[in-house]
Design a protein around this ligand. Structure first.
Ligand SMILES: Cc1cc2nc3c(=O)[nH]c(=O)nc-3n(C[C@H](O)[C@H](O)[C@H](O)COP(=O)(O)OP(=O)(O)OC[C@H]3O[C@@H](n4cnc5c(N)ncnc54)[C@H](O)[C@@H]3O)c2cc1C
Length: 454
């Protein structure tokens, strides 16, 4: 260990190598519950690409595992330490290097916080669309690591659609450049996409070229109350089938509505079984909202309330962003992340309700409804062992249901440790074998984030 810290310190600034166990323990896990975390040997905070390369060269030479970390807001244990590892925190590589309005790109270091980038490009009339609810704290490196989604994906897509090129430090310290700065480009295999969602298992992202879009108009939203998941699901299908393009389409169930009201005094309607929030940011926002209001009524909405102004719209969206922290207050939570074809959203929601009934537990659900991406949140008392077993079974049943409906075990949070056992079920043996071979090509010694995802 002395050798490791000494060797690391030779290429890093004073204070950038921390071996104090009280501090390293604080960097041992992300925000996922129920995932094992080891004790890191050391946490390092490089500030330059060259310093990251130094860390990887030392790790390769000494055969020490390395766990890259952003802000540790991840929900799958993908950033959790393994025993004796180097935790490689990228939070100090946090410069926005370039914003280029002509080519509509930003070049950033991985530690830049998502909301900071959004605000910086907004000042130039541009937007960086991927907007996870954790955007005020999560980093671009972490977003790339997980392939993060967010609230506006229904119109603008997920992180992978905005990553044009990457600089990546490989396990042995070599620097790889992938992709491009151009609007188009198809030269060679698309290694850039391979790194998006690779959870720090293939290389360390040290620079990203990101696509920007012109800033849209502020969103205008409505809230529609439904008596059932079936009716709300039908409204979602109608909106999409009619060719409307909302910038946001989120669904909150009764449990999440109550929890948000308790936390934020939001005044959301508590009699609803399913509260659909729909927003538009195009030139005919008012007209499009009126069409959605009609469709909601036709599919059984008992109440449709368009926001009167921007402030009211912002409040509705803020209420949705509060859903996860609000439900965290109700007990211990296991957050699932199953995505199904949006045409099967109602079946998924009804199935989750049946699972909750079968296991005698409360499961609150918030969904990125326009993407068919549900977050069923199993709420239980962790002190009660028998309840904890039922919670785990519910969590597993939810993933099985998602696969049965033609979906995926994770729409945006990633596999990490939490869903590693389930990956094989989704991929099948051929894809799993090829993915393991790919890992071996990039990381032959298996030192990069070992035991995660694959
Ligand atoms: C309240 C709350 C709301 C959330 N809402 C959303 C949401 O709407 N959508 C969504 O997708 N997620 C959401 N998340 C999950 C989380 O914020 C995202 O997964 C986010 O992308 C993680 O970013 P991070 O900087 O915290 O990364 P970390 O958690 O630190 O790391 C995530 C993964 O990326 C890897 N990694 C980090 N940096 C690098 C790098 N430079 N190079 C290579 N690998 C790297 C890590 O090894 C790890 O595997 C939410 C989390 C919370 C707590």
């Amino acid at each position: 260990m002395g050798d490791l810290t000494d060797r690391l310190a030779q290429g890093l600034p004073a204070g950038a190598v921390v071996a104090d166990p009280d501090v390293t323990a604080a960097y041992s896990r992300d925000m996922a519950g129920f995932c094992a975390a080891g004790a890191p040997a050391v946490v390092v905070f490089p500030e330059t690409v060259e310093q990251v390369r130094h860390v990887m060269r030392v790790a390769t030479e000494l055969r020490v595992p390395v766990v890259p970390q952003g802000a540790r807001t991840g929900l799958s244990g993908a950033a959790n330490a393994v025993d004796g590892c180097v935790v490689l925190s990228l939070v100090k590589l946090n410069r926005i290097l370039e914003i280029d309005p002509v080519n509509r790109i930003a070049v950033v270091e991985p530690g830049v916080v998502n909301a900071e980038l959004s605000r910086a490009v907004e000042r130039l009339g541009l937007s960086y669309p991927p907007d996870p609810s954790s955007w005020e704290s999560c980093t671009i490196g972490g977003n790339i690591g997980t392939g993060a989604g967010g609230l506006c994906c229904v119109k603008y897509g997920v992180t992978s659609e905005y990553v044009l090129g990457l600089d990546v430090v490989l396990a042995d310290g070599r620097l790889l450049s992938t992709g491009r700065r151009t609007a188009k480009g198809v030269a060679g295999y698309d290694l850039t996409r391979l790194f998006v969602g690779s959870e720090g298992t293939l290389g360390v992202v040290v620079r990203a070229v990101l696509a920007l879009r012109p800033a849209p108009a502020p969103q205008l939203a409505l809230a529609a109350e439904f008596p059932s998941a079936d009716a709300a699901g039908a409204a979602v299908c109608e909106v999409m089938a009619r060719g409307l393009t909302p910038s946001l389409m989120e669904l909150m169930d009764a449990v999440s509505v109550r929890a948000v009201n308790e936390l934020g005094q939001m005044g959301l309607p508590e009699s609803t079984q399913a509260l659909l929030l729909v927003a538009f940011d195009g030139p005919d926002r008012v007209g499009e909202l009126a069409r959605v209001a009609e469709l909601c009524r036709a599919t059984g909405a008992t109440g449709v309330v368009p926001a009167e102004d921007q402030a009211e719209s912002d409040l509705l969206l803020a209420a949705r962003r509060l859903a996860l922290p609000a439900m965290d207050r109700l007990g211990t939570t296991m957050i699932d992340d199953v995505a199904v074809p949006r045409s099967r959203l109602a079946e998924m929601l009804n199935g989750v309700a049946a699972i909750a009934g079968r296991h005698g537990l409360t499961i609150g659900v918030v969904s990125h409804a326009g993407d068919g991406n549900t977050h069923p949140i199993v709420i239980f008392d962790a002190q009660d062992e028998e309840q904890a077993v039922r919670a785990q079974r519910s969590f597993d049943d939810i993933m099985a249901l998602g696969l049965e409906l033609g979906g995926t075990i994770t729409g945006e949070h990633g596999v990490g440790l939490l869903k590693r056992d389930w990956l094989a079920r989704e991929l099948g043996p051929v894809a799993l074998e090829l993915q393991r071979q790919l890992k071996g090509v990039f990381d032959p010694l298996g030192i990069l984030n070992p035991g995660k995802m694959i």
